[in-house]
Ligand binder design. Sequence first.
Ligand SMILES: Cc1ncc(COP(=O)(O)O)c(C=O)c1O
Length: 438
Amino acid sequence: MDKNSLAARDAAAIAKIQTLRFNPLAATGGAGSYLQDEDGRRILDLSASATAAALGYGHPAVIEAMTKAAQDMAGASLLMIPNEPATALAEQLLAVTPGEGERRVWFGHSGSDANDAAMRVASAATGRGRFISFIGSYHGCLTGSMSISGHTAMTHSLPRPGLVLLPYPTVYRPRFTPEEVLAMLDYQFETTCPPDQVAAVFIEPILSDGGLIVPPEGFLKALEARCRQHGILVVLDEVKVGLGRSGKLHAYQHDGLTPDMVVFGKGLGGGLPLSAMIGPAAILDYAPAFAMQTTAGNPVCTAVGGAVLDVIISEDLPARAAAMGEKMRAGFVKLAERHEMIGDVRGRGLAIGVDLVASRETCAPVDATMTAKVIYRAYELGANFLYVGLNANVLEITPPLTVSEAEIEEGIDIIDRALGDAASGVVADQSVQAFMNW
Ligand SMILES: Cc1ncc(COP(=O)(O)O)c(C=O)c1O
């Protein structure tokens, strides 16, 4: 590798603890659904920067909002001084997120900090110190949000004491039925985890990093009912699949939930650092100076958040995601006729998982090396995406919500070829060694 290349300079200067790389792409620019690599090659981004680029790259509404807010900046912080874009975005989020009673909005920079703030304030306000979450869940990489995450790649950090981790039931390759999971929870409540010690349950409406798993019908609703019985707050982590991606504005609406608190991130900022958390005033007004970050809620990021939300709603991107997602899933189902490696195609809207298997009969996952090879080869052929799942065998496809039909076809064609090439040994083991980091 040329030592002056961006990739080489990145490797020499950027801390590995902050990276999760799936291919050698080093981006020098981006427009719409495409990133540009160092050789000027256009790479179709079927990940949308892990869903952060909800409207793709360089969307005019984002550029306009960012430029306008930066040209006449109403401070750089929400801590000590209110600003119009933050207030307006909070009002807008409250208006589009169903809920009863007085509610408030908290702003942060990332899904991690928003989940962190949510758990800390839920605990302080209820006087309860325990949480429930799921094996395979990912709520963030800060001390708090990581401590309630259950991803197998994160066992370098200990879970929070008192955490109850439940299996997330699956339809494909089932291990525990929804009823069994609920029975496990009941047993915990009866024995070592008195429910009045539990502040909240954190739920991903689609278990994303845990394998793009859509919950079996009725499961989350039954879990919600259990929590209601015991005064346990229901917190919906919509960071990855919220705000239109699932085909509805809120992914939890597919399951008919009425959460107490909702956490947004990633796509809300359209690529800028922005997260938000909505909850009852009785909780989020718990005490001033409780969850502060100086530049959170700054007018530039919140102006962009407002513009992103406007586009999502005015252009009905949830409906578009539903339609485009259906088209894309149909494309993968068709590929499955020719590629034995595809065991399952699932998801909602433009949050799609392609589960790769070594055997359709047993549903045994492919070796992680094979998944990495498919992704590497797809990059060579012009597309970027990543893998998820406790067995590192699920292709996660989350293109920008603005992706076109032609781009979907291009993406499917590239993955078609990548599957074939990876299966026939075109990619060497050593090519992917650096790209199997979770
Ligand atoms: C469901 C979910 N919650 C929280 C996070 C953390 O968000 P961030 O990386 O912006 O801190 C992620 C990131 O992947 C996520 O998928």
